[in-house]
Unconditional design. Structure first.
Length: 102
């Protein structure tokens, strides 16, 4: 598969605020799906759909343990990517404020 399609799939997976929140939750500590549901106050089916998108994009991995499924970040470097986007947003906000002062 074309590398640009794969990159696009990763950014599509990151383009949803709920999925970004899920990544934020599980990067702090590997946790089960119930914890994610509790944190986000969303239905299990909704969370499961978002987890599937993240897993299909290669961003998270799920491991079955006893009667529950643990979720964790597959590659920590994705957090750097999110931080870089956050940096760009902060700079753009700062730039906009400067323009408004003029």
């Amino acid at each position: 598969m074309d590398k640009y399609i794969l990159i696009s799939n990763i950014f599509k997976a990151l383009s949803n605020p709920v999925r970004l929140k899920i990544i934020d939750i599980i990067h702090k500590k590997r946790c089960n799906v119930s914890k994610i549901i509790e944190e986000l106050n969303l239905s299990q089916s909704n969370i499961s759909q978002h987890l599937k998108v993240l897993e299909d994009a290669g961003l998270i991995k799920k491991t079955k343990k006893d009667n529950y499924v643990l979720c964790e970040i597959k590659y920590e470097s994705i957090l750097e990517t999110i931080d870089n986007v956050d940096y760009i947003i902060e700079r753009e906000i700062e730039f906009s404020r400067e323009l408004m002062k003029k």
